[in-house]
Design a protein around this ligand. Structure first.
Ligand SMILES: O=c1[nH]c(=O)c2ncn([C@@H]3O[C@H](COP(=O)(O)OP(=O)(O)OP(=O)(O)O)[C@@H](O)[C@H]3O)c2[nH]1
Ligand SMILES: [Mg+2]
Length: 203
């Protein structure tokens, strides 16, 4: 069976990658399967740079093809914050509830017409001996005034998806995985994924 390794310790991301790749008969491993691999420091200034840092660090350790995901929420009324700091927006240790509460409180009194936002996902594919490839995807929406739904992870309960008339956390896994920033980034990888898997199998 074909296999990909995702350089993430986030269980929400891991679930989504497992689900998306299972539909193509590809088995997913994440850093939750490699607890001995230390956290990769996210010292980049863009999602792409951080995705590359994660993918290359883990690929070097395992000598295998690895995909890194760096993603987050960008709110227009907050000048693009939380952005690359999404995971720890309300401080350490990272906590989804505190992060969503912080965004909601910063947007208190901001009218619906000014609550536009998007999720962004950069993926980097690192293959030993090859140039790292990056792709990205977005998903447009609005920040709600309170949480709705309990699926997904992170900021999903406060992110309204106009085309679905629901928050991201009210969507089923299948629905989210059709329209999400992560799915949109992966769709770009689709074109080259078979090629990538072939060359990874040979490396
Ligand atoms: O509601 C959400 N739906 C999503 O689909 C989503 N994708 C990312 N995010 C947020 O952005 C941070 C990523 O930060 P991040 O890329 O550094 O990942 P992370 O630190 O959680 O894990 P790792 O992959 O680095 O191990 C996450 O923690 C979340 O807060 C999302 N929120
Ligand atoms: Mg992280």
């Amino acid at each position: 069976m074909k296999e990909v390794i995702i350089a993430t310790k986030n269980p929400g991301k891991a679930r989504e990658f497992e689900h998306i790749f299972a539909n193509r008969g590809i088995h997913v491993q994440t850093l939750l399967d490699y607890p001995e691999i230390p956290d990769v420091e996210e010292t980049g200034t863009t999602f792409e740079e951080n995705a590359i840092l994660k993918a290359e660090a883990v690929s070097k350790k395992l000598h295998k093809m690895v995909i890194g995901d760096d993603s987050g929420l960008m709110v227009d009324a907050l000048d693009g914050r939380p952005g690359i700091y999404s995971a720890r927006y309300a401080g350490e240790p990272k906590n989804d509830q505190n992060n969503t509460d912080k965004v909601l409180s910063e947007l208190q009194g901001v009218p619906e017409s000014e609550r536009s936002a998007r999720f962004y996902c950069a993926l980097a594919v690192s293959i030993p001996g090859q140039e790292t490839v990056t792709v990205s995807g977005t998903c447009e929406g609005q920040i709600l005034e309170e949480s709705r739904g309990s699926n997904g992870f992170g900021y999903d309960p406060i992110f309204y998806v106009p085309e679905k008339g629901k928050s991201m956390a009210e969507l089923s896994a299948d629905e989210k995985n059709n329209i999400s920033h992560r799915a949109n980034a992966l769709k770009q990888l689709d074109v080259i994924l078979d090629e990538i898997l072939e060359s990874a199998a040979q490396s």
